[in-house]
Design a protein. Structure first.
Length: 142
C-alpha cells in the first residue's frame, strides 16, 4: 500500500453545495425573532443535531442559548436542513454534528419617514389641492 495515500473508511454526510450553500440557506430562511429585535439582542445560538441516513435532521437541541426567541428560530431553521444520503458498504450511517447560528441586528436605515397624502377638491372645476405631511420623527411603531 502506498504510504502517501490515505484511505477513507467512511464517507461523511455533507450538506449539498458545502459550507457556502449551508450558510446561504440559513441566511435565506432565518427570521429575526420579534422579541429579539425589540430588545436589540445579538449573539449566537449553538445547536447540536443528528442526521439520519436519508439526510433528514432529527434530535436538534440547544447547546448554547441566546433566548428572546432566537433558540426556537435556530431549531426551526436547523430542522429544515437536508443533507446527502448516507449508506456505506450497505450500512446506514448517522451523522451527529453541531452548528452555530449568528443573530446580528439588521443595519439601521439612514433615515425613515412616514407621509400621508390627502386630496381635496376645490369647488372650481379642474382644480385640486394636495397636502403631503412628512413625519421625520418616525414615532410610529412597526
Amino acid at each position: 500500500m502506498d504510504k502517501g495515500k490515505k484511505k477513507k473508511f467512511l464517507k461523511k454526510q455533507y450538506y449539498p453545495g458545502g459550507q457556502k450553500e449551508l450558510d446561504k440557506f440559513i441566511k435565506i430562511h432565518l427570521e429575526y425573532p420579534k422579541e429579539a429585535l425589540e430588545n436589540k439582542i445579538e449573539g449566537s445560538v449553538q445547536v447540536a443535531y443528528d442526521v439520519n441516513p436519508k439526510g433528514k435532521v432529527f434530535n436538534a437541541k440547544i447547546i448554547r442559548s441566546l433566548g428572546y426567541g432566537c433558540d426556537e428560530e435556530a431549531i426551526r431553521v436547523v430542522n429544515l436542513l437536508r443533507y446527502s444520503d448516507a449508506r456505506q458498504r450497505g450500512m446506514n450511517v448517522k451523522l451527529s454534528t453541531k452548528i452555530t447560528i449568528h443573530f446580528k441586528l439588521p443595519a439601521k436605515p439612514i433615515m425613515q419617514f412616514k407621509y400621508t397624502f390627502k386630496e381635496s377638491s376645490n369647488k372650481e372645476e379642474g382644480s385640486n389641492t394636495y397636502q403631503i405631511k412628512i413625519d421625520l420623527n418616525n414615532n410610529s411603531k412597526h
